[in-house]
Each structure stands twice: as C-alpha cells, then as structure tokens.
Design a protein around this ligand. Structure first.
Ligand code: GAF
Length: 366
C-alpha cells in the first residue's frame, strides 16, 4: 500500500470503528539501518534509511469525553481505552498514550482523543515499528491542536516518550530517520550533534530487506544489558561516552575485561564503518560499502553478540547468492537482514534467498 492509499484506508478504519469523520490524518515511515548499530546511544554515527510504503498511518479526532483516549489498531483488530492521566501498563497503547501526554496532555484532558491506526511494518522485524507509531502519533496530535513542531523536535520528543514513558533506553536513530528522513534516501546522522547529511543512493544496485522470521523484542533485557555494558566500559575507560574514543584507542579498549572489550570495540569500529560507509556511497564505491556491511555483521555477531543463527545464516546465504554486502539491521536478536544487490540480479536473488529458509521473506527492495 502506498502513502495516499494508507491514509485513505486509515480514514475508512476510523469511520468504521468510531462512526464519524477523523479530523487529521498523519503517517510516518519505518527505517532500515545500513551501518552503525547501537552506536546511537553512545553518541556515534548511524546510516539509516526511511522506508517507502512501510510505516504507520493514523487518523485522529476529538472525543469521546475529557481525558479519554480510545485507540484502535485496524491492523490487529484491537482497541484499548485509556485515560490521559494513566501510567504505562505494558500495552501497545502505551506508545500512543505517551505521545499524547508529551505533546498535548492539557488539550487531551479537555477534549479526549480517538485514534485509529494501520501499520504495514511487521512487528519485531527490526524496522522501527515503535518509532513510526510514535512519530505518526506526535504528528497527528500536534496538527489536531494546531501546534507547530519541527521534524527534529518531533524526533527528540518521540525518543523521550520511548525512554521516559515506555521505559526503553534507545538512542535517537529510529525516531530521527522516521521524522526527518526522506523515504528511500539514507541519512548519515551524528547522534551527538544531530547534524545530518542525506546519502547518495547506490547506482545500479538496491537494498533488499529480508525478514528472518525471528521476531525480536527490544523491551526484553538484552538491549538494556548492552546499554549498561557500554556505560560500564565508559566508566572503566574514564570517558563520558564511547564515541569520545576512536580507532586510535583500540589498544586500551582491547585491554578491558571481557565482554566490555568486545562491546566497546563494536561501537568504535561500527562508528568508523558508518563514517567510511558514507564516504564509499559518495565515491560510488559499492564493493567497499558491501565489505563494510559484512564486517559490521561480523562485529554484531562476535563482539556485540546481538545476532541469531537465523540472521547469520541469511547473511551467509545472501553473500553466496552474489550480494555485494549483507548484514543484520536494527536492534538485534533477530529481525531483518539488509543486502545490497545489483539491480540486474534482484529477481534471482529474491527468489534464491527465500529458498534458503522456510521463514525468510522479502519485505522491501529500496
Ligand atoms: C533499536 C533502537 F531503538 C535504536 O535506538 C538503535 O539503538 C538500534 O536498536 C540499534 O542500532 O532500533
């Protein structure tokens, strides 16, 4: 489904569920990350691309009563009723509620809000379904009440909702790519300064996103454990943030105790790969970009330990099928693999990769 189709579908869903017209329609894309994984909460570099046609669309209107929030997911045929004063309850509507609270608590307390949503992003695919939901919710509710918010401020608020309301200690990459990124164009982002630079698209090749079928859950302990390990490495190294260090500091990093040495090494080397990756894209050097993807996967597997056998096998299969590069993308412990494939080879590659695993499926070519 394309953007305008999704908006008209969510408007129809709103009418069908609530019985009246929505006042505002909004949407936000998911993202695939090309290089720089888990570097964002370490003040480092990332290279995500907002996705075309994969995202969250929202229809919103006032009602039914002051403070009441009615959220309906047409995709999952699920509805939840909350109050704007509620705390987090570990439900999907927490993401919506947190955004309403942070962006317009006073207004929602007066009018109440009804929201219908549609998502075309598979959950747990590592493509930022929660960030897309947050960004779409903030865009919808700010427009509903006539509030101005820049794309960068929307990303900052969406991350705050995730950190401070949902309780997931993520960085800003996903929300930034969703709010600021132009779908189909990768964005090189310095997560410390929020300076960003659109990246040129590869000529004659595209990124193929393949879901491994293993759904990840970042609210499980793994992600928070990695954040804590990076912080522990900082304490041992005497720095505030790992991105204060660079390749010249690898000797000191390698002397840390295990696994902090490997965790810190992944951050330093993946930061460098993101930097080298944007340079390779600018130079049109696709073999170099592909090699960086492969070494980034190895670093995620061996040093950061966030891959699973299914994504390791998919990366190997992708390379055996002639991909220029491939790696697991996103938070980890499953989700999707992204492969860089020559345009002339995409049909053969896509048919071949789904043959290698019963659960694998191609989600997008971008
Ligand atoms: C998840 C997080 F939400 C991001 O902030 C980022 O850390 C990513 O995992 C890993 O690069 O998507």
């Amino acid at each position: 489904m394309t953007g305008p189709d999704q908006l008209s579908a969510v408007a129809t869903a709103y009418r069908g569920h609530f019985g009246d017209e929505p006042e505002v329609l909004a949407s936000a894309p998911g993202r695939v990350n090309l290089l720089g994984e888990h570097t964002d909460y370490n003040g480092g570099y990332v290279l995500p691309m907002a996705l075309n046609g994969l995202g969250v669309s929202i229809a919103i209107g006032r009602g039914p009563a002051p403070g009441v929030v009615e959220a309906y997911s047409d995709t999952f045929h699920a509805s939840e009723t909350r109050n704007i004063t509620d705390s987090k309850e570990g439900r999907w509507s927490d993401y919506v509620l947190g955004c309403l609270k942070f962006a317009a608590e006073t207004e929602v307390a007066k009018t109440g809000v009804r929201i219908a949503l549609i998502t075309t992003l598979p959950m747990g695919a590592g493509l930022s379904s929660s960030a897309a939901l947050e960004v779409a919710s903030i865009k919808a509710v700010t427009e509903l009440y006539g509030k101005q918010m820049s794309a960068v401020d929307t990303a900052i608020m969406a991350r705050a909702v995730e950190n401070d309301f949902v309780g997931m200690p993520c960085g800003i990459m996903d929300q930034f790519a969703s709010a600021v990124g132009d779908p189909g164009t990768a964005l090189f982002l310095n997560t410390r300064t929020l300076a960003f630079d659109p990246a040129p698209s590869p000529v004659g090749a595209s990124f193929v996103i393949v879901h491994s079928g293993v759904s990840h859950q970042l609210t499980d302990d793994g992600y928070a454990t990695r954040v804590a390990e990076c912080n522990a490495a900082c304490a041992e190294l005497g720095v505030d943030i790992l991105s204060d260090l660079g390749p010249a500091d690898l000797e000191r990093i390698n002397a840390l105790s295990d696994p902090l040495d490997r965790r810190a090494r992944h951050i330093i080397t993946d930061n460098q790969r993101a930097l080298d990756g944007i340079a390779a894209l600018k130079a049109g050097d696709l073999p170099e970009f592909g090699a960086l993807m492969v070494s980034s996967h190895a670093s995620q597997r061996d040093d950061f330990e966030i891959t699973v056998p299914e994504t390791d096998a998919l990366v190997e299969a992708a390379m055996a099928l002639g991909a220029i590069g491939a790696r697991q993308t996103g938070g980890g412990w499953g989700g999707s693999v992204v492969a860089l494939v020559k345009d002339s080879d995409i049909e053969r590659f896509s048919a071949g990769i789904v043959e290698t695993s019963e659960q694998a499926r191609v989600l997008a070519v971008t």
